[in-house]
Structures are given as C-alpha cells and as structure tokens.
Design a binder for this molecule. Structure first.
Ligand code: NAD
Length: 284
C-alpha cells in the first residue's frame, strides 16, 4: 500500500483564501486587521519563519508590522514594546518569535501579551481555556493538524490517537484537541516504556519529537493516519520530519510529508487567529 499524501500546501492555501475573503469583507466595512511580529536577535531559522509569516499576511490582506530588536535587548525593553503593542488599538495580534535569546525570560514575555491579542495561544489563560474547551484561539500547529484531518475527512471520533511528545506548544495541546474531537488519546514522551507497542495501536499517530526519522514502519499499524510535526535539518541541509516517510508510507493509509505537510498549516492557522482577534476586538 502507498499512503495518501496529506498535502499541507493545498489545505493551507484553502485556509488562507477563506481568511482573505473575510479580511476583505471586514475592511470593506472599515475594520482592518493587523499583526505585530517581534523578532529578537539574528537566528536564521527565526528570520525565515518571520518572513513567511509576513508573506502570509500579505496574501490574506492582513497588515504586518515587524519589530526587529537586537540580540542585546533587555527584558525591560522587550516588555515595554509588548506593553506598547497591547495598548495600540491598531494592532490586533502580537507574535513574539521564539526561541528568544537565552538571557530573556520567555515565560514572562508570553504572560505579558494581552490574551486577546495572543494569536499564538501560548498565554496561560488561553492554554487554560483550551483545556476546558472554551477557547478563542487554538495553538497554530496542533490546530493545523486538526485542519488537515478535517479537509481530508479523517474521522477522529472513537479512534485510538497516540501523540509522541508532550511539549507545551505541540504535544499537550495536540492531545487536548484530539480529546475534544472525541479521540481516545495516549500521550507518550521520552520516558515512555514500550513506545513501539503503544504506537502500533494508533489509528492516528502524531509525531512531535524533533528527531529525524524517529518513527519507523514497525511502529505504525497497517492503515494508520500519520501526522508528522517534526522539522529537522539533516547534515546535507535537507529538511526532514520525525517519521521515516518512505517506509512508513508503505504501511500508513495517509501521511503528511515534510516539508509541505504540517509546516504550512501553522502559518495558515496564525492568519486565522489574527482574523479571529480582529473580530473579537471589534465585536464582529
Ligand atoms: P520539544 O523538544 O519541546 O519536545 C519534544 C518532545 O519529544 C518532548 O516532550 C519529549 O518528551 C519527546 N521525546 C524526545 N525524545 C523522545 C523519545 N526518545 N521517545 C519519545 N518521546 C521523545 O519539541 P517541540 O517544540 O514539541 O517540537 C517537536 C518537533 O516539531 C520539532 O522538530 C520542531 O521543530 C517541530 N515543530 C514544528 C512546527 C511546525 O510548524 N510544523 C511547530 C513547532 C514545532
């Protein structure tokens, strides 16, 4: 069997198209949408992500403001910029690109963002809302995984779902979204025993580990749906996921490639959250 390729580029284009339509309708009524992106330092990967976010804003008709700060920026300076953006009525969404340089307090910065403008959904109050299922914003990467499954009519109800990874930005919220979608969810991590056996029970397997080709074909049940969140750079400069794509494709019924799978979805969902923030702040 060769698995159906779940094409994140197609799904992300569809999401962005939908967002663009709504942004246009809002702007026709006089309400504009604006995302402020803050980048500190000169990490090349962060620069690529920020550029891609700005490009997506352009496609969707969302105004983007970039604040590029030097790597010697202090906590006080960064917090003062966030405060300014919180208070600026023109700004609907605030995104501080992570990771921040080591001397900065990431937690403090995230908690300083107005939850109504927290389009990454990393603020504790937004995380708590996700837990109880009454959220305004969903974290972009797990929401992107769910959107791919929705697009391809992949049923989650009653399915055995296994998430590998328990980070605050991917693994944990991913498990929560699958649970809200009536999956029976198991979260696994670096201390999990019998990982292979657990993974082999999964109808839906989500890999968010950060280790190239970690998920091998013998860990996957015949016919499972495999969603690969991992982005790893190989020594030859190529990107690859956490899943051994070629061999797992022979076992799975559907699989996301890397690149071109979950990655493009993350940015599309950020656009969706910025639109949502704009609507919430303008009561429309
Ligand atoms: P992280 O390092 O915070 O978490 C990794 C998780 O993997 C941990 O919870 C850990 O327990 C688990 N893990 C590590 N070794 C393991 C093992 N041997 N067995 C089982 N579990 C193990 O990483 P993260 O931020 O969650 O990101 C995970 C991957 O997803 C990375 O490759 C990252 O680049 C990628 N990512 C992609 C997107 C996207 O837009 N596609 C967004 C965020 C992260």
């Amino acid at each position: 069997m060769s698995a159906l390729v779940l094409d994140g580029k197609t799904v992300s284009s569809a999401v962005k198209e939908e967002v663009a339509k709504e942004v246009k309708a809002l702007s026709d009524k006089g309400t504009n949408s604006c995302l402020a992106v803050v980048i500190v330092g000169d990490d090349p990967a962060s620069r690529v992500y920020v550029n891609n976010k700005k490009k997506a804003c352009e496609v969707c008709g969302i105004k983007s403001l970039e604040y590029a700060l030097s790597s010697s920026t202090t906590n006080e300076e960064l917090l003062s910029l966030v405060k300014e953006l919180n208070e600026n009525p023109e700004v609907n969404g605030i995104l501080v690109q992570l990771p921040l340089p080591k001397h900065l307090d990431e937690k403090l910065v995230i908690e300083s963002i107005d939850p109504k403008k927290d389009v990454d959904a990393f603020h504790a109050s937004n995380v708590g809302k996700i837990m109880i299922g009454e959220y305004d914003f969903l974290p972009c990467t797990p929401a992107g995984v769910m959107e791919i499954m929705k697009y391809y009519n992949i049923e989650t109800e009653g399915k055995d779902c296994v998430v590998i990874g328990r980070s605050n930005i991917v693994g944990k919220p991913m498990a929560m979204l699958l649970l809200h979608a009536n999956g029976t969810v198991t979260v696994t991590h670096s201390k999990t025993k019998n990982l292979k056996e657990i993974c082999r029970k999964a109808d839906i397997l989500v890999a968010a580990i950060g280790k190239a080709n970690f998920v091998t074909a013998d860990m996957v049940k015949e016919g499972a749906v495999v969603l690969d969140v991992g982005i790893n750079r190989l020594d030859n400069g190529k990107l690859c996921g956490d899943v051994d794509y070629i061999n797992v494709s022979e076992v799975a019924s559907a699989i996301t490639p890397v690149p071109g799978g979950v990655g493009p979805m993350t940015i599309a969902m950020l656009m969706k959250n910025t639109l949502k923030a704009t609507k919430l702040q303008n009561n429309c």
